[in-house]
Design a protein around this ligand. Structure first.
Ligand code: C2E
Ligand code: CA
Ligand code: CA
Ligand code: CA
Length: 275
């Protein structure tokens, strides 16, 4: 039993070490990737469910690794967050996204995902405004998507950050709504103009009468509070119908389009506007 115990400990140790090494490696490569131009921003349309028109593109980062191929953000954003690389990466993403949006028709907005750490960095709000100004983008066209995890420990700093940017016209969306907890408090306390209902309410094992009723209730709250409700992860026409009937105003998902590179986003827009 002693031997097994020792082995287990040794195994545990080495797997922890391996995990650390892997993280260090990703961190190093990620810093280099920004320089080497291996990262790019893709854009996924968010569509007005009544008119079918594209209202927003969400910026989603992609990493084209020379050996590992295309890496999904879920594989490297967490490492970027743990190591602090997210600050550099996030600034780069915001700048790229703002530049792209500045080329699109004026009624189209850009949504950028923000990690909690980015907000805590000193001068975070100023940095975002600088990116917007450099791109020549009207701040009203920038939306920042944040999740509930943002509010877990630093309410005051977060409030200041949001108020500073909201005063400049920047808008906020509460992302992945329904996956965290006490979200209603955040809606009450912070200046959100949009709620994005998580994909788990639209597809998967927990979808049914209950989830429909929840979407309906959220949509109703949205219309009372003059917030737009986005349904995420729409893949089928049936799902589009369910969320439209429930009162969601906007939809996003593979049914409309996957995230695409900038030039394809521009083409989608041209088609959309009949030009
Ligand atoms: P998210 O903000 O919830 O983004 C939506 C994710 O759902 C995207 O995955 C998108 O490709 C995927 N998706 C969209 N429509 C559908 C659909 O109809 N069906 C399915 N099954 N999936 C759909 P992606 O691009 O892999 O991003 C994953 C997450 O990584 C994002 O979740 C976001 O939390 C994070 N992320 C992506 N880009 C950035 C970024 O630039 N900065 C930060 N901080 N996080 C990012
Ligand atoms: Ca998002
Ligand atoms: Ca989301
Ligand atoms: Ca998500």
């Amino acid at each position: 039993a002693k031997v097994a115990g020792r082995d287990r400990i040794r195994f545990f140790d080495s797997s922890m070490t391996r995990e650390l090494v892997r993280k260090k490696e990703i961190e190093k490569e990620l810093r280099a990737a920004i320089q080497k131009d291996e990262l790019s921003i893709f854009f996924q349309p968010i569509v007005d469910l009544k008119t079918g028109r594209i209202r927003t593109f969400e910026a989603l980062v992609r990493w084209f690794h020379p050996e590992k191929g295309e890496l999904r953000p879920d594989e490297f954003i967490p490492v970027a967050e743990e190591t602090g690389v997210i600050i550099t990466l996030g600034n780069w993403i915001t700048a790229q996204a703002a530049k792209a949006c500045a080329q699109w028709p004026e009624d189209v907005t850009i949504a950028v995902n923000l990690s909690p750490l980015q907000i805590r960095a000193p001068g975070a709000a100023l940095g975002i405004m600088a990116a917007v100004r450099d791109a020549g983008l009207d701040p009203h066209r920038l939306e920042l998507e944040v999740t509930e995890s943002l509010f877990l420990d630093d309410d005051e700093n977060t409030a200041r950050f949001m108020e500073e940017l909201a005063a400049e016209g920047v808008r906020f969306a509460l992302d992945d709504f329904g996956t965290g907890y006490s979200s209603l408090g955040y809606i009450n306390q912070f200046p959100f103009s949009k709620i994005k209902v998580d994909r788990s309410f639209v597809s998967g094992p927990n979808v049914g009468k209950k989830s429909d009723a929840i979407i309906r209730a959220v949509a109703e709250m949205g219309s009372t509070l003059e917030m737009e409700i986005v349904a995420e992860g729409l893949e089928t026409v049936e799902q589009v119908k369910v969320v439209s009937d429930a009162g969601c105003t906007l939809g996003q998902g593979y049914y409309f389009s996957r995230a695409v590179p900038d030039f394809l986003a521009a083409m989608l827009l041209a088609q959309d506007r009949g030009r």
